[in-house]
Design a protein. Structure first.
Length: 278
């Protein structure tokens, strides 16, 4: 997809954001810049529509929209933070349309233990009304309530990841799996896979998984052994891919009508990631 990202508000002066426990203009950039990296690393084309300086509020809004409208983008996403002492995530779209990414974003941030205030009508908002693409304005949370303290505790990356998953529709209602989360961490550590550590299975994890076979050793082998045991095997979880682990993999493959070579390739990984017993 081609996606326009706007880190809401100017940095200071006309067009700058709300200030409370946190500063909106600073945090929109932390979230937005991480979001841009996530999208680009996943192969999406990103148009950065952030405006750091303007002489007036109107100039800031016009510049943001002009940057988006120069390109034929699929979505325009504007990242903001709310003010007024409330609690929770809310998202604005044209006429309050229940766009799937908007619903996903609300759900994903709700899963971070924030109130879900839902998708609302943003037809009166300049950036929603004037952009040609489907537009979504995200009010991540409130800068001047206990929301801000929880936001600081979790860190901006968590919110960028939640928005990213929402835009890409990466299983937003998926079930958390601690084994998946630990595998994501290990793939990031060993292979710089840049996976979101969310404990939710996705195609990006499968793509990142390496081929593992006899004589391999380390944490990924140990995770494979752990997963095999969780579906009914009884092998030592020592991180060494020996004969017993190879034989267990072959039985695992046979039960799933896979080629029985004892090598953990993409097809075998697919079933390991699902964690289903057969």
């Amino acid at each position: 997809m081609k996606i326009a990202i706007n880190c809401g508000h100017t940095l200071k002066g006309p067009g700058s954001g709300a200030v409370g426990i946190i500063e909106e203009s600073i945090e929109t950039r932390k979230v937005g810049e991480k979001l841009i990296r996530l999208l680009e690393n996943s192969g999406h084309k990103v148009i950065n529509c952030t405006v750091d300086k303007a002489n007036t509020q109107v100039e800031y809004l016009k510049k943001s929209v002009e940057l988006a409208n120069r390109e034929d983008v699929d979505y325009f996403i504007s990242v903001h933070f709310n003010a007024g002492g409330g609690k929770g995530i809310e998202v604005y779209t044209y006429k309050g349309k229940k766009l799937q990414p908007a619903l996903n974003i609300c759900k994903n941030i709700q899963l971070l233990d924030f109130n879900n205030r839902g998708v609302k009508d943003g037809s009166n908002l300049y950036v929603i009304k004037k952009t040609k693409a489907k537009s979504i304005l995200v009010e991540v949370c409130f800068v001047d309530s206990e929301d801000a303290n929880r936001y600081l505790m979790l860190g901006s990356d968590k919110f960028a990841e939640a928005i990213y998953r929402g835009i890409c529709n990466e299983n937003p209602s998926g079930k958390y799996d601690d084994w998946i989360a630990r595998l994501q961490e290990e793939l990031n550590r060993q292979y710089s896979s840049n996976l979101i550590v969310n404990g939710i299975n996705s195609i990006n994890i499968l793509i990142a998984c390496p081929m593992v076979k006899l004589n391999a050793c380390g944490n990924i082998t140990k995770l494979i052994q752990e997963r095999l045991n969780s579906v009914g095997f009884n092998i030592v979880e020592d991180g060494i891919f020996g004969t017993k682990t190879k034989n267990a993999v072959k039985v695992f493959q046979k039960n799933r009508d896979l080629k029985q070579d004892g090598i953990v390739g993409k097809n075998t990984w697919k079933y390991l990631l699902s964690g289903e017993k057969y």
